[in-house]
Design a binder for this molecule. Sequence first.
Ligand code: BTN
Length: 251
Amino acid sequence: ESRLDTEFVGRHIVFLESIDSTNDHAKKIASKALDGTLVLADEQTKGKGRMDRAWSSQKGEGVWMSLVLKPNIAPHRASVITLIAGASVARALERFGADAKIKWPNDILLEGKKLCGILTEMSAQMERIDYIVLGIGINVSTMEFPDELRDIATSLKREGHLLERRDIIIAVLEEFERMYSAYVKTGDASEAIGICREKSSLIGRDIYVISWSGKVPAKALDISGEGDLVVEYEDGSVERVISGEVSVRNR
Ligand code: BTN
């Protein structure tokens, strides 16, 4: 049986059989928690997704976890941590033979369907981060999704990968610690960004960039060294999208 081989990520664990949301719980304990504390639950009764969406988190069917992080970096550099998390999940799954793709900036796909979502929340004052709560949800053994998710979500088991939650967690935390430490200590996120580029589900595809002003058609060209999505609009102008929501256009 494998054991967790990290310095600080996941060294302290809060395990909850059932909780509303591991992100919300992590925020409650964050000020007193040590850097790298892991909040893990068997079930979430009010799992949260991005954009106020719900995240379905049935008992025992997935990895529902949140890390409390206290990096000594400027708040505007925190968004890269989401990319590091996505790269960690994709690399970890690759170790087990699952070819996951990263849909910049927050989602991991398997066979074109959503397998994992990442929800990063931050509390910062001026130029200092109090804490970051990094929530990761991975569908492991779910076989039945609600109607509205059936065609867009999947689980490892549904795609033929029979894995233990414990082994996935260990692999993700180990991958994460290596890339996160490099970034926090030296500002180097090249490994993670390289993985996001290599495993991107968007590069080369026609997409919509979604913002408060609407859906703008564009083509995804690349992910920059800073982790931004480089897009080309229909008028030929090229822009770096720093964060936000994009969707793939179906032809
Ligand atoms: C998304 O894709 O919209 C993000 C989903 C994030 C889900 C995880 S599960 C663990 C953590 N706790 C939550 O309430 N949400 C995140």
